[in-house]
Design a protein around this ligand. Structure first.
Ligand code: HEC
Length: 105
């Protein structure tokens, strides 16, 4: 009985260890990359800071209506105005993950 419990505990601990990075990669990758690469200019909540002057606010419903996922991907890959381009620095998958996160704000 005692052995069974400790085996269950070990399995739970393993799941917690393995589960976290998996979740990060699948659901949270876009959010995590956004926080690291974009939030300093576009704000954690999508409200553009001075460094992202000319950019719309990503949490604005009107802005969301006016931009497609494809355009966000292109803006990230090629850059825009003073915004640096990210192609070559991020993989296409990472760029898509960030764009999907931006479109979900
Ligand atoms: C150094 C500051 C800076 C960083 C970092 C930055 N941006 Fe920008 N971004 C800007 C500026 C400035 C503009 C406005 C460009 C223009 O139209 O002149 C902009 C524009 C945009 C636009 C178009 C907005 C619109 O209203 O058309 C999108 C989408 C965007 N950025 C997404 C991102 C994402 C996603 C990241 C992270 C991968 C990122 N940006 C990183 C400064 C930044």
């Amino acid at each position: 009985m005692k052995k069974k419990v400790s085996r269950m505990l070990a399995a739970t601990a393993l799941l917690a260890l393995v589960g976290t990075p998996l979740l990060l990669a699948e659901e949270g990758e876009g959010a995590a990359l956004y926080a690291k690469k974009c939030a300093m200019c576009h704000g954690k909540d999508g409200v553009a800071k001075t460094m992202a002057a000319n950019s719309g606010n990503f949490n604005d419903a009107e802005w969301q209506k006016g931009i497609t996922l494809e355009t966000v991907v292109e803006n990230i890959a090629k850059g825009k105005g003073k915004m640096p381009k990210y192609e070559g620095k991020l993989t296409p998958e990472q760029i898509t993950a960030i764009a999907e996160y931006v479109k979900s704000m």
